[in-house]
Design a protein around this ligand. Structure first.
Ligand SMILES: Cc1cc2nc3c(=O)[nH]c(=O)nc-3n(C[C@H](O)[C@H](O)[C@H](O)COP(=O)(O)OP(=O)(O)OC[C@H]3O[C@@H](n4cnc5c(N)ncnc54)[C@H](O)[C@@H]3O)c2cc1C
Length: 351
């Protein structure tokens, strides 16, 4: 048995690191604060189908992620873009019908939902190896080991790897030995991808838009949704839209947001648009384990993959992972896997 490693966070970075490090013979424990795995991957079950309220798409250039999908026997399908799109330019004009150019980069979805990718890996973990509801509060650094204090327990290991988004990490976890000042400054200015997004999904009984030659793609200058796509499942028997809402609506109530979307859907599709089975949404900047209150504005992707994250901290016992620390595709699922592979190689070479 090789060294004991504790991984903070059970999003794609933490689950992938745990999976690969366990395969390499390390003893692992993943501590996840939430009552679910996935982090910014959130596949929600609703009305006998699943909708993505977090990460949805991957692309052909996501080489490392696609390799993981292949190894885990994950199937992909194309995001449907066939048919005409609608564009709402102003509040007073009706949406204009237009054709999306054909040569656009294809986006792919995961059959069964994005979470399937993580579930394929977690089935190899025992209850002790993956622990939910374990919010990490403090890291105590000793000469030979490192201790992680959660709300409920204490854990000791040789190495701790954090996958908590860097800005959240330095603002929510305490350290007995001070972290490097440069690291704190960079982390405080590292953007967490999509942390201000509001996603919604609407499930319908029938794909009424297809009969009228629409793709389900909608764009709007005025909102509440700014962009929307068809979100029908791979089997093509559960029909839905999924999209993004205008950021400032985060401060409204769920009921107000839904009411505003109903009006917009009526404008786009008439009665059919408002005859839905369910409305789901996720306001990511209210998610305690992704963002924190009053965090300042940072430009998208700023400091993602900064070279400071390549260093080891607390005398080699603390490593910072997570998509935002990846030098390649930082902020995306591909980045999470790329950085995970870097760390696995580093630890295998070291021990
Ligand atoms: C709305 C939205 C849409 C997106 N769309 C796409 C897309 O289409 N394609 C794409 O490639 N990427 C997309 N992304 C980005 C993608 O989701 C992320 O790159 C990826 O999921 C990040 O994974 P991660 O494990 O590095 O971080 P996270 O998923 O943020 O995981 C960090 C984990 O740490 C946990 N945690 C936080 N604090 C603590 C604590 N104190 N103690 C213990 N655990 C803690 C969190 O609960 C979380 O589970 C999207 C993200 C969002 C929000």
């Amino acid at each position: 048995m090789k060294k004991k490693i504790i991984i903070l966070g059970g999003g794609i970075s933490g689950i992938y690191l745990g999976y690969q490090l366990k395969k390499a013979g390390f003893s692992i424990t993943i501590l996840e604060a939430n009552n679910r795995i996935g982090g910014r991957i959130y596949t929600k079950k609703t009305h006998d189908t699943k909708v993505e309220l977090g990460a949805t798409w991957l692309w052909r250039y996501n080489e490392e992620l696609l390799k993981v999908c292949k190894d885990l026997n994950i199937s992909l399908f194309e995001q449907n873009m066939h048919g005409d799109a609608l564009f709402e330019a102003t509040n007073t004009d009706m949406p204009q019908r237009f054709q999306v150019p054909k040569n656009q980069e294809i986006s792919y979805r995961i059959v069964g939902g994005t979470l399937t990718l993580l579930e394929r890996m977690t089935k190899y973990f025992s209850k002790d190896e993956l622990q939910l509801n374990q919010k990490v509060l403090q890291i105590n650094d000793d000469k030979t080991s490192i201790e992680v204090i959660t709300e409920k327990s204490a854990f000791t290991a040789a190495i701790v790897i954090s996958t908590i988004p860097p800005q959240l990490l330095v603002n929510s976890v305490s350290f007995s030995s001070k972290l490097d000042a440069n690291l704190i400054q960079i982390a405080n200015n590292t953007h967490t991808w999509m942390k201000d997004a509001i996603k919604f999904a609407i499930v319908y009984k029938t794909p009424f838009w297809k009969e009228k030659g629409f793709s389900g793609v909608g764009f709007s200058n005025v909102g509440p949704f700014t962009e929307m796509y068809e979100h029908t499942n791979f089997e093509n028997n559960r029909f839905a839209f999924m999209g993004f809402l205008h950021g400032p609506l985060a401060n409204e109530s769920k009921e107000t947001r839904e009411e505003k979307i109903r009006k917009q859907l009526f404008k786009f599709f008439g009665e059919d648009g408002i005859n839905y089975l369910s409305y789901e949404e996720k306001v990511w900047n209210k998610e305690e384990f992704t963002s924190f209150e009053n965090d300042k504005f940072i430009n998208p992707h700023f400091n993602n993959g900064h070279s400071v994250y390549q260093q080891e901290f607390l005398k080699g016992k603390f490593i910072i992972a997570g998509s935002e620390t990846s030098p390649s595709y930082g902020g995306y699922m591909e980045g999470a896997i790329y950085r995970g592979n870097q760390i696995v190689e580093q630890l295998i070479n070291k021990f």
